[in-house]
Design a protein around this ligand. Structure first.
Ligand code: UGA
Ligand code: MN
Length: 254
């Protein structure tokens, strides 16, 4: 039987933490994700408690979601690593609640500050059978980081920063099929030496993957016209001075 991609659940894992730009960042991301059918959003607050403002945004999407709070444990970088680990544990112990009995799903680690094209989810992520990889804009000190595709395979990566990593890819540049996640107990640890500090290659290698498993997306387009669907952006904090008066509006104060 051919499975239609309609029955594939896109599982997006997003660590988040309180800061001035978080609510607008999450609004932009929520507005994008709300367009995607079959999407389950796992949002993990780096803090002791969840935020009402974030919960209201999630409720507004109409998506299925789980929003939980886990402050970064001792020894972990304050960069969402621990929160993603808690999400992996949640996925493994609540698989059926998330995807139903089919177990068809793809896991994507989408940070709250990036910019995403809807087609990232509908054209790329939904179709990942094992490990999908694509270009990310404004990443690692480059205009774009991308897999180097030769004869449909990925023998190396077109990146400037730390190119020797087995998987020289940003978190926004890959997704793994749920089966890969369920067949391993890989988590984000407290450090990743092989990633020269970045966690991606450690996670993927610990999942038992190698470069021959890569399914590259988005590289076939014409020279100069290949599309980027994930951008590693960062929102500039606002300039706020004086009294932190909010006049009854829901504004998170740092
Ligand atoms: C870059 C990569 O794009 C990340 O995917 C990677 O995890 C990170 O580097 C890393 O070095 O480990 P960058 O843009 O520098 O990320 O970091 P942020 O976007 O500030 O943080 C990544 C995620 O963790 C975000 O979703 C953010 O909300 C969350 N975060 C950040 C927390 O939950 N707590 C924090 O204290 C900081
Ligand atoms: Mn970021």
């Amino acid at each position: 039987m051919v499975e239609s991609s309609e029955s594939v659940m896109v599982i997006v894992v997003t660590p988040t933490y309180k800061r001035y730009t978080r609510v607008p960042d999450m609004i932009r991301m929520a507005n994008t994700l709300a367009h995607v059918k079959n999407l389950y959003w796992i949002v993990i607050e780096d803090g002791n408690k969840t935020s009402q403002a974030v919960k209201d945004i999630l409720d507004g999407t109409g998506l299925q979601y789980t929003y939980m709070a886990y402050p970064t444990a001792k020894g972990f970088p304050k960069k969402g690593w621990y929160q993603r680990t808690m999400a992996l544990r949640f996925i493994r112990s609540n698989t059926e609640q998330i995807v139903g009995p089919s177990k068809n799903g793809v896991v994507y680690f989408g940070d709250d500050d990036n910019s995403y094209d809807i087609r990232l989810f509908t054209d790329y992520i939904m179709n990942v059978k094992k490990l999908g990889i694509w270009a990310v804009g404004y990443c690692g000190g480059s205009p774009v980081e991308a897999p180097n595709v030769t004869d449909g395979k990925v023998p190396s990566f077109n990146v400037q920063w730390s190119p020797k990593r087995v998987f020289a890819v940003d978190m926004a540049g890959f997704a793994v099929n749920l089966k890969v996640v369920l067949n391993s107990d890989a988590e984000f640890g407290t450090f990743c030496k092989r990633g020269t500090g970045a966690p991606e290659t450690c996670l993927l290698e610990d999942m038992g993957l190698d470069r021959t498993d890569i399914e590259p997306f988005g590289w076939e387009g014409k020279e100069g016209q290949r599309k980027i669907y994930a951008w590693h952006t960062k929102t500039q904090p606002p300039y706020i001075k004086g009294k932190l008066e909010t006049f009854g509006y829901q504004v998170e104060i740092e």
